[in-house]
Design a protein around this ligand. Structure first.
Ligand SMILES: C[S@@+](CC[C@H](N)C(=O)[O-])C[C@H]1O[C@@H](n2cnc3c(N)ncnc32)[C@H](O)[C@@H]1O
Length: 320
């Protein structure tokens, strides 16, 4: 299925290529830079454990609410669905205020436990949690609307296109069913990778692209590209990273499998028909293993030109 949101850098156009290149066997699938979760939503859920992660707390909260509180979220979304510039500005301000975070809840619970008798604490605990949960739903609804109402889903400027949010309600329902067994995390990539790394793990990483880091709310520094490579270097499991094709990234991942791929550039396509965007898929395993084993009547080299849609150095062995 499609994701419930568009997201800057979303991998809708690239995901078929990614599925074809996933390892044949793995016991846990971890999407490290989840964003809109386009690759996760499109893959068939299987017996493997599945993890969605993004360091953007609003994204993680939205997916948690879609998964666990779809009815409350729909109710909240249905409240005053105006969609005008004024509502957009109010939503933006509300989200910037950071009114209720899980850190805040933790502190409040700690304080209540220290100050109240155990009996009083038990009574107030559920109220505090209920309040926080309600607030999470409100925040999720505001964030969902902000994405839907903003230009290019960038959450910064109003798109000026009238849009009835109620048209998306079926997405919340199917999204909730799709995420029913998915673990939702809100961690920095390094902590997440270390936590979930096992021999049978498969990490799909789609970090902010080199020199386009500023497109996201969460700050991603130039040093973070190196930190990601160094974290992946230690991995017991398999990993696949997507990046923009540039000298810096090719040099950074020298010695790993690097495959050049292209896809239509959606934004540029609006102004310039046929504009393609060069990207690379980098991995620490042979991404051709799944295709090699698939029962096929055509040869692998036919695939390299057609099915693969790449200027393929895919078959080139790892140089490390
Ligand atoms: C290119 S987008 C991912 C798009 C996603 N693959 C999709 O299809 O929608 C990169 C994501 O990385 C997240 N991010 C930035 N810094 C991060 C960090 N240190 N750890 C985890 N996620 C981070 C951003 O919030 C952003 O959503």
């Amino acid at each position: 299925m499609n994701s419930i949101i568009s997201w800057v850098g979303g991998k809708k156009a690239l995901r078929e290529l990614i599925y074809q290149r996933m390892p044949k066997d793995y016991g846990r699938y971890i999407e490290v830079f989840g964003g809109g979760g386009w690759v996760l939503f499109g893959r068939k859920p299987d017996a493997s454990m599945e993890v969605y992660n993004d360091y953007n707390a609003d994204l993680a909260n939205l997916f948690r609410c879609v998964k666990e509180r779809p009815l409350a979220l729909l109710k909240e979304l249905n409240f005053l669905p105006i969609n005008g510039r004024d509502e957009f500005n109010v939503l933006k301000k509300y989200l910037e205020k950071e009114e209720f975070t899980s850190e805040y809840l933790r502190e409040e619970l700690e304080l209540a436990e220290n100050c109240l008798s155990p009996l009083q604490f038990e009574e107030i605990k559920s109220i505090l949690i209920e309040n926080a949960t309600m607030s999470d739903v409100k925040r999720a609804a505001a964030f969902f609307k902000l994405i839907r109402y903003s230009y290019g889903s960038g959450c910064t400027s109003y798109s000026c296109q009238p849009f009835d949010i109620r048209k998306t309600f079926h997405l919340i329902w199917s999204g909730s069913r799709r995420l029913k067994d998915t673990v939702i995390e809100n961690k920095d990539f390094e902590a997440l990778i270390l936590q979930y790394d096992r021999d049978n793990a498969f990490f799909y990483c789609d970090p902010p692209y080199y020199q386009t880091e500023g497109h996201y709310e969460v700050e991603f520094k130039k040093e973070d590209h190196v930190r990601l490579r160094d974290t992946l270097k230690q991995c017991k499991g398999k990993w696949l990273v997507s990046y923009n094709d540039c000298e810096y990234i090719r040099e950074l991942y020298k010695g790993y499998y690097i495959e050049a791929v292209t896809r239509i550039n959606n934004l540029a396509q609006r102004y310039e028909g046929g504009c393609e965007y060069p990207e690379v898929l980098i991995s620490n395993y042979d991404t051709a293993e799944r295709l090699r084993d698939a029962p096929m009547q055509i040869g692998l080299f036919d695939l390299a030109d057609g099915f693969y849609n790449t200027d393929s150095d895919l078959k080139r062995p790892c140089e490390i």
